[in-house]
Design a protein around this ligand. Structure first.
Ligand code: AMP
Length: 256
């Protein structure tokens, strides 16, 4: 059974009683867990002595109040899943525990965070970096696991830990997809059956040999609304809307 911890003080108490040679691995999540999250958890459990998973829907990274309100939450279900995946501790704080400063202090990256998802979601990465900095400072893990599905987020977090000389090593984990190619995401739960059926076209086009413009045209012919499709640093990044649901994905570009 995973032990549930609600406060930083409780975790620090446990930490002070752990042997210093124990490796701590950490997987931060916003819950509504799926196979993508579980692949991070399993890798973490294999590579560390102690696995900590956090579940915290971080309000400061949502620029749209409706998106925050509708974000799927199911703690009991998540807890049961984690119990069967060798998780030692679940860190499950409330807003006040994390933001006792009322978000007066924040971490900001000023270049890459303004591109791709940052261009249309103002302040999104300030919220992400701030919450991850807080969580890493609380948990003090040796290793922290992040999905390549959110590749821009992974790069920014990796950069932050290096910029601030933090001790945690950031470990990227491959994107886990459904059989039809759609990347697992908590937001997929919000798709209608019709939207779910056409959603895999997004990943299929990203992986194709078509140009960025051709992909945009193909997506616009269907029910998608394109936020961006862009090639940066040998990767192709994309974000699209299907109705009210925003999906993101990215693939490594093939070298010819
Ligand atoms: P979230 O709960 O959406 O904040 O995601 C928590 C972590 O799981 C992040 O590091 C995500 O990149 C990662 N993640 C989410 N979906 C996937 C997926 N399909 N494959 C791999 N990692 C994922």
């Amino acid at each position: 059974m995973s032990v549930i911890i609600n406060s930083a003080a409780d975790w620090k108490h446990i930490l002070s009683n752990l042997k210093s040679n124990k490796n701590i691995g950490f997987v931060p999540t916003m819950g509504a867990l799926h196979e993508g999250h579980l692949s991070l958890v399993d890798k973490c459990a294999v590579e560390n002595d102690i696995t900590v998973v956090s579940i915290f829907v971080n309000p400061t990274q949502f620029n749209d109040p409706n998106d925050l309100k509708n974000y799927p939450r199911n703690f009991q279900y998540d807890q049961k899943l984690l119990d069967t995946h060798n998780v030692d501790y679940i860190f499950y704080p409330d807003y006040k525990e994390i933001y006792h400063d009322n978000y007066r202090y924040k971490v900001q990256e000023i270049e890459f965070s303004k591109k791709l998802c940052g261009a249309s979601r103002e302040g999104h990465f300030d919220g992400v970096l701030t919450v991850v900095m807080k969580l890493l400072n609380i948990i003090e893990p040796n290793n922290a696991y992040f999905g390549e599905k959110d590749y821009q987020q992974y790069l920014l977090i990796d950069g932050m830990t290096k910029s601030f000389f933090m001790k945690t090593k950031i470990i990227p984990c491959q994107t886990v997809r459904s059989k039809d190619g759609l990347a697992h995401s908590s937001r997929n739960e919000l798709l209608t059956p019709e939207q779910r059926e056409i959603a895999p076209l997004f990943a299929k086009l990203l992986k194709s040999n078509l140009s960025v413009e051709e992909i945009k045209n193909e997506l616009n012919k269907s029910d998608f609304k394109v936020d961006y499709i862009e090639d940066i640093g040998g990767r192709r990044f994309g974000a699209v809307w299907l109705g009210k649901v925003r999906l993101i994905d990215n693939v490594e570009l093939k070298r010819n």
